[in-house]
Design a binder for this molecule. Structure first.
Ligand code: ADP
Length: 218
């Protein structure tokens, strides 16, 4: 019930603004020079809605009966793929992302593991500072594989650390929205880790950075 109420609210906000700008344009009461500005706001809010709906679809799939394909998956490949797909985002913020590791094969769902690592790296870039760094490392011991994402970003206050895995919980709502966040990324991460019988460890200090380690048992 709470989730449905939150989803409705999250959908309503961008739609209200899309509807408002479109109405002004269609009634011809916008100054001609304002039309491109309003159009770009409509575009931005639509992108936000699409991202939100994509995340809700992912969560509802994870909530339902598992349709996962477990196969031998190299976490090091996944880390490199995720970082490559985020290379534009990193470049725009002047954040240097490095991957350390070697072939580390787990039994897992490739698509979901990609989603997991992508979300962690996406956050590590978005909540970083200009010219910051992100380190991704993949390693193992005899029982488990680990993937650790460390950033030099804004950090998370101790009181908030347990809450950021809740659906729609954001420390700073406007910063999350401004950078294209939906508030669902880490709840998706948590779900995927559970499906792989793994665990998550979070260490963070405000204004110093955050380190998130995911363990996937062999
Ligand atoms: P969002 O789409 O808002 O990023 P997430 O579920 O991925 O949603 O994360 C929830 C909140 O946790 C974010 O809004 C942000 O406040 C905080 N957060 C997540 N990752 C980091 C990080 N690496 N550094 C600082 N804060 C973070």
């Amino acid at each position: 019930q709470e989730f449905t109420a939150n989803v409705s609210h999250e959908l309503k906000t961008p739609l209200t603004s899309i509807s408002g700008y479109a109405e002004i344009i269609s009634e011809n009461i916008a100054k001609p020079e304002d039309v491109p500005v309003f159009a770009s706001r409509i575009h931005k809010e639509s992108v936000r809605l699409i991202n939100l709906i994509n995340d809700i679809i992912k969560l509802s799939k994870l909530d339902g009966p598992a349709e996962m394909i477990f196969e031998e998956t190299d976490l090091n490949d996944i880390a490199n793929d995720a970082v490559n797909s985020l290379h534009l985002a990193a470049e725009q913020k002047n954040v240097v992302v490095t991957v350390h590791g070697q072939k580390t094969v787990v039994k897992g769902d490739k698509g979901l593991l990609f989603e997991l690592v992508y979300n962690l790296c996406d956050n590590a870039i978005r909540y970083n500072r200009e010219n910051g760094k992100v380190d991704v490392s993949v390693y193992s011991n005899e029982n488990s594989a680990f993937i650790k994402v460390t950033d030099t970003g804004i950090g998370i206050h101790e009181d908030e650390q347990s809450r950021i895995f809740e659906r729609f919980y954001r420390v700073d709502k406007s910063r999350s929205k401004e950078t294209g966040g939906t508030g669902l990324g880490l709840s998706i991460v948590k779900h995927i880790v559970e499906q792989h019988k793994g665990s998550i460890l979070l260490k963070s200090s405000v204004n110093i950075g955050t380190e998130i380690t995911v363990r996937i048992p062999f």
